[in-house]
Design a protein around this ligand. Structure first.
Ligand SMILES: [Zn+2]
Length: 233
């Protein structure tokens, strides 16, 4: 019995080491050992803008991860399906992009959005990005309980307020390194029609710059070496 306990203790400490000790911690980047990065796009679906972002990625032979606001999916289902068909990853960015409240013990937004992705698209995203990056103990518990994973970022350039495409591209390319998760926005709070022309003008330069650095954008799933969708939700 004592030997069994000792073996169990070793196993638990190995698991803690493997998980970094905090299983609730959001992922900010992938391994630096491969020349891969993940460009991520929040706050869509946003119609033609989202479509153009996807087209630019595809023309460059790269993939993106779209953290989609759940309530946008039904009206833009064909766009969402096109993203999936072209190998981009769809993640959960809540149902209606409200900031998580400190006293919201349920955080039902998470499951509500999952249910919408499952109903309309038949997928259960593994990855969650909290609106405004706001996490509480309850959002963390909800993500853990659903078997999902929070994806944060290590490169952020305030693209939502940038008005100079060249500067936006330069800021991304200065900061990006192997394993980076880059925060960008193809939408705004899940409101259709948001103007993201600065991003659209910057993206070709960003993609060309990545290529020049020997880097390639892949989905978060490929960056982390796991499946992007859960078996059920
Ligand atoms: Zn957002």
């Amino acid at each position: 019995m004592r030997r069994l306990l000792a073996a169990a203790t070793v196993l638990v400490s190995l698991l803690v080491v493997a998980c970094g000790g905090d299983t609730d911690a959001g992922v900010t980047r992938g391994p630096a050992s491969a020349p891969l990065v993940a460009l991520t796009f929040d706050d869509g679906l946003n119609g033609e803008t989202t479509r153009q972002v996807a087209d630019l990625l595809e023309q460059a032979g790269m993939q993106g991860t779209f953290f989609v606001v759940g309530q946008t999916v039904e009206e833009q289902a064909s766009l969402a399906r096109a993203l999936l068909e072209h190998g981009h990853v769809i993640g959960n960015h809540s149902y209606d992009h409200e900031r998580a409240q400190a006293d919201d013990r349920e955080y039902a937004e998470l499951g509500r959005a999952e249910a919408e992705f499952r109903r309309v698209l038949g997928v259960c995203p593994r990855y969650f990005r909290p609106p405004y990056g706001t996490e509480t103990r309850y959002t963390k518990a909800a993500v853990r309980g659903a078997g999902m994973r929070t994806i944060l970022w290590d490169v952020e350039v305030a693209d939502w307020s940038e008005d100079d495409a060249a500067r936006l591209a330069q800021h991304v390319l200065e900061r990006v390194r192997p394993g980076s998760v880059v925060l960008l926005h193809d939408g705004s709070d899940g409101h259709p029609g948001a103007d993201r022309t600065v991003l659209l003008r910057a993206l070709p330069t960003i993609l060309e710059g990545l290529r020049a650095k020997g880097l390639r954008s892949v989905g978060v799933d490929e960056l982390l070496g796991e499946r992007p969708y859960l078996a059920s939700c």
